[in-house]
Design a protein around this ligand. Sequence first.
Ligand code: PBG
Length: 327
Amino acid sequence: MFPTTRLRRLRYQPLVRAMVRETTLDARDFILPFFVRHGQGVKKEITSMPGNYQLSVDRLIEEVGTARELGIHAVILFGIPEHKDAAGSSAYDDHGIVAEAIRGVKKHYKDVLAITDECFCEYTDHGHCGIVNDRTGRLDVDNDATLDILVKQCLAHAKAGADMVAPSGMMDGMVQAIRRGFDDAGFTHLPIMSYSAKYASAFYGPFREAAESPPQFGDRGSYQMDPANSDEALREVELDLQEGADIVMVKPALAYMDIIRRVKNRFGVPLAAYNVSGEFAMVKAAAQRGWIDERKITLEILTSIKRAGADMILTYHAKEAAKWLKG
Ligand code: PBG
C-alpha cells in the first residue's frame, strides 16, 4: 500500500525500467512477407505499401540478403503467377513462381527460413481461395475439392525446399489433409503454421493490390471468420491443433489482440500474429503526413502484439523495425 509501495520507483532509473521490462522485441521474432513474380530484374513498388515490392526471383534474393543482414531469418513467400485459371493450377506447378523462389532463397541462404503461404486466391481467375462451383446450389468455394489441390501445392513447395508451410485459405480440415500428405510423402519433419483464426477483414485491402488477388465476385465471408466472433476462434485453433498444426496464427493482429490473448491463455502453444497490409498502410500514410512518429508507433505496435501473446509476428515493418532495434 502507498506510501510503502510506489510503482514509480521502478520507472525512475531507465536501467531499472529496462530490467523490469516484461516484453522484448527482437529481429528473430519477425517473419517478412515477399511478393514474387516471374521475370528478371523486376522490382515494382506496391503503391499502398511503401517499401514493399513485387520482385522477380533475382531481386528477391537481393532483398532477402538485406533483411538477413538486419537479423531477419524468416520470410513468407506469396506468388503472382504468369497466368490464372479456374483451378489455380500454377499454384502446384513444380516450377511455379513460389517453388522457384524457394529454390533461389535456399540456394543462397541456408540460415533463412523459407515459409510459404498456401492458398489459391493469387492463382485463380475468380480470385477466390479454392475451387469454386455450384455443387451446393450456389457459387461457393468447394471445401473438400480444394483440399486435394492444397495438398498438391504444399507438396510442390516441400519438394522445392520450403522449411514450413502456412495454409491460409480457411478450409475445414486443411491441416489434417496437409499433414497426411506430408507424412505419406516422407515430409514428417516439415512443420505447418496454420492461419487458424483468419478473419474476413477489410484490413487486407492493400495486400490484394500487392498480390493481385481480389475476389472477382462476392467476398470471402463463406470461409474466413466473422470479425464479431471470438469463441469460434478458439474452436478453429483447437481443431487445427488436433489436426497437427505446429504453430497457429491469428490474423489480423491489431484489432484482434483479444483473440491473441485468449488463444495464448487457453492453449499455450507457439502463436503467430499477422500485422497485415492495412495495419501497415495506415501507419505509413499517417507517418508520411507527419501526423505520427513512425518509429515509435511501429515499435509500440509490435511490442504490444507480443505482449498480447504472440511469439512471432508477420510484418511488413520487419526490416525497419530490425534497424530501429539495432539503435
Ligand atoms: C490469402 C492471404 C491474404 C493475406 C495473406 N494471405 C489475403 C486474403 O485473405 O484476402 C492478407 C495479408 C495482408 O493483408 O497483409 N492468400
